[in-house]
Ligand binder design. Sequence first.
Ligand SMILES: *Cc1c(COP(=O)(O)O)cnc(C)c1O
Length: 377
Amino acid sequence: MAPDAAHWFADVPPARRRRLTASRRVAPARIRKGGRVLWDFGSNDYLGLSWHPALREAAKGALAEGPLGSGASRYVAGDDPAWHALEAELAGWKGYEAALVAGSGMLLNIGLLQALAARHDVIFADRLVHASLIDGARLSGARLVRYRHLRLDELAALLARTPARRRVIVTDGVFSMDGDCADVGGLLTLAEEYDAIVVLDDAHGLGVIGPGGRGLAASAGAAGHARLVEIGTFGKALGGYGAFVLGPKAFIEGLRQRLRTAIYSTMPPPLLAHAMLRALALVQEGALVHALHERIRTFQQLAAAKGRPATDTAIQPWVLGEDEAALAAARRLEAQGFFVPAIRPPTVPEGTARLRISLSAAHPLEVVQALVEALPA
Ligand SMILES: *Cc1c(COP(=O)(O)O)cnc(C)c1O
């Protein structure tokens, strides 16, 4: 007998259920969970911009003069001029010819890969790319070929032996669960050799690494490359919500005609465009990126003293192995006043359950020090 709705998802094992417990971010880097206020090492608010008075003022100003919702897809009535200003600012700062803003990164990636490839094309993706890119690749109907994490030798071999009408190489910039980085220069060399394009999703690199926080492609001197398409999001270091794609002008114009997840979706509230323009100006002032780097350096030094590796990014994985070890460590840290999420399979490979620490310019330095002291060896 077929299950009814109440039994439809009964096959998810109880130990692997994802729990949703209401929590509220109550102040910069502070989160209220289960009646207690903790230091928040779980948000991707790397520069503390989600709390910045200038962003909140910009949003309030937009609300005082305009609607909350944008009312429709951009292609119908939801195309506030602030989005165009934001796109121009993004393209200029990031060093690309053009930009296109859409809903969330999840929406953008699904629509982008669906638009980029079709049957007879091949999408080559790093094994650890974000789920949104995999879902988009599947929806495209193209063949999806995964290569081992960061293994460009394996990618080269796959490119050499996989015939395709068109080829798309897909990677995260800074990887979201490991905080390590793609080799953008190496990927572009392969793209040139095999007539491919590279889609670089740098959601975690923007505002964090590269000159002035311009991200991984900028640090590799690759921004604006003719074979490079870059994705960024507003929900992480920029403290808002939404996403954008950067590339050659003709590419972006073509994508506007094909991006179903923008054409058939309500544009995000215009107040976000106003706030994100302020966020870009603040990142360019430099002080926030500098403060984040100070915290990353402090974390690196203290982790090294404990014999642990650390990344050059805001994401610091603290791998503990079994699910229960990671869950127990997260509970102990919570008792000491720190919220650090435990990440388990299937989000990460079996046997690599971990704490995922997100550093932010909003963390006082002493709090970063206290956290590392409290982390298990
Ligand atoms: C967070 C993230 C996304 C999704 O972006 P949202 O705006 O949160 O939907 C996409 N790609 C990567 C690499 C991410 O880290």
